[in-house]
Design a protein around this ligand. Structure first.
Ligand SMILES: Cc1cc2nc3c(=O)[nH]c(=O)nc-3n(C[C@H](O)[C@H](O)[C@H](O)COP(=O)(O)OP(=O)(O)OC[C@H]3O[C@@H](n4cnc5c(N)ncnc54)[C@H](O)[C@@H]3O)c2cc1C
Length: 412
């Protein structure tokens, strides 16, 4: 059988796995990477620890459960853990199923990739920025920015999305796909800090604590998270926010006016809080909140309740002020006004239209011999190891099929 010549555009998460699977399945593989080294983004993942999968990952953790379902049930998180174990990575499974290398270093993941590429004799051409993919009879020609050209039988497009452009994934893959006739859905940042419209951000900046956070449109609850939030002078971040950001921005972009609702007090119910205020009614209002909520919330929430003087005795507040203050402890709303940019985002929502990609092989339905992996396609997952899992899964499926013409076999 003829040995397939496969060229991978992008030496990031999905491209590296695609290369390894293609080579292990007998193909002649080359990686073209625009940077002077591979896997820059991997080094930044998981705050430098690389949360490389999530053992609970399933279709519902992604924007398109149907599309990812096949891949995740074949190259599953357990398969990813076994793949990395074989390369030398001992998994450390933390809360909520997040897997990290036992070394706690993202560089371990990069090091084992580098060793495996060397062992399999997969060449990496660095400083190789691909600007055009041309079709020719039975293959492709890849044109680089500096004029170099590479002939190949098959191409795996693994250029990443638009998040963290300084890592090399600046959206150039979308143009490559579009030039070949693919459609690209609207892209926007995901797993990203949200901007809020609030006069209190200066007071709230620096607050970091687990909070019950809800995404609302009108009175409809769209998503609920309980995890850390962090206030900044622009708005809000932290894991709970990052997880909500995808849906929040989708709604915001659709003109739906989404809000975040914070429940500052979760351990006590409303009656218990009212009893507390009754006991402390001789105290100034700000003092009546000390020990109940984070200190930095206090002056902001009193202002939001329309109370002019922070030190008014609680018993001297009007009934409606008392009710409003109590309400806010359980239901404080902030208008979402957008997000930080792709520079701050961990993932990209949108990308190459999934209708044009075979979900079992990652081969383009428009251009036979072209495969698309990872974040450049319209797939994004939650925060917590899900996006890298998709990179590994899509890379394994694409590399295997490109080399053999057969779908990835989970028993292999
Ligand atoms: C700060 C940060 C932290 C993250 N943490 C996590 C985490 O802990 N867990 C998790 O699951 N996910 C995490 N992610 C998301 C995860 O890193 C990505 O989803 C994943 O890397 C996507 O893999 P990819 O192969 O599609 O693209 P990438 O890994 O981005 O790789 C794309 C590669 O293609 C190269 N390239 C691009 N265009 C061209 C071109 N035209 N020619 C040649 N080369 C090109 C780029 O230089 C890059 O090396 C994080 C993301 C960021 C930004």
């Amino acid at each position: 059988m003829k040995k397939e010549m496969i060229t991978i555009i992008g030496g990031g998460a999905s491209g590296l796995v695609a290369a390894i699977f293609a080579k292990r399945n007998g193909a002649d593989v080359t990686i073209l990477e625009r940077n002077n080294r591979i896997a820059r983004k991997i080094l930044a993942t998981g705050n430098g620890r690389c949360n490389y999968t999530n053992v609970t990952a399933n279709g519902l953790d992604y924007n398109n459960p149907d599309f990812v379902g096949y891949g995740l049930s074949h190259f599953s998180p357990q398969k990813a853990i076994a793949f990395f174990e074989e390369l030398g990575i001992e998994p450390k499974i933390e809360g909520q199923g997040k897997a990290y290398p036992l070394s706690e270093q993202a560089s371990s993941i990069v090091d084992v990739f580098l060793y495996e590429l060397e062992r399999l004799e997969i060449p990496v051409v660095s400083d190789a920025f691909v600007t055009r993919i041309l079709r020719k009879q039975n293959g492709f020609v890849l044109i680089l920015e500096d004029g170099r050209q590479f002939d190949t039988d098959k191409v795996i497009l693994s250029t990443g999305g638009n998040s963290m452009p300084k890592s090399g994934s600046d959206g150039s893959g979308y143009d490559l796909a579009k030039n070949l006739g693919h459609h690209v859905t609207e892209v926007f940042p995901s797993i990203v800090k949200l901007k809020l419209d609030s006069p209190y951000l200066r007071h709230l900046e620096g607050i970091k604590m687990p909070t019950h956070l809800e995404l609302l449109v009108g009175e409809e609850v769209i998503q609920t998270e309980y995890n850390d939030i962090i206030f900044g002078n622009y708005g809000i971040s932290g894991p709970a926010t990052l997880d909500i950001s995808r849906k929040a921005l989708e709604l915001y972009r659709a003109g739906e006016n989404p809000y975040l609702k914070l429940t500052l007090v979760t351990a006590l119910d409303r009656r218990q809080v009212e009893e507390r205020f009754l006991k402390l009614q001789d105290k100034p209002t700000d003092q009546s909140l000390v020990g109940l909520i984070h200190k930095r919330y206090i002056s902001a929430i009193i202002k939001e309740a329309g109370i002019e003087k922070q030190n008014t005795l609680f018993k001297d507040l009007s009934k409606s002020e008392q009710v409003k203050l109590t309400d806010l402890l359980f239901n404080w709303r902030f208008k979402i006004t957008g997000s930080k940019s792709f520079h701050d985002a961990q993932a990209t929502a949108g990308g190459v239209d999934l209708k044009e990609i075979d979900s079992q092989t990652m081969e383009s339905k428009r251009i036979p011999g072209l495969y698309i992996t990872g974040e450049v396609m319209d797939i994004d997952g939650r925060c917590g190891g899900y996006n890298l899992q998709w990179a590994w899964t899509s890379g394994a499926l694409a590399g295997t099929h490109a080399a053999t013409g057969k779908a990835y076999d989970q028993n292999q």
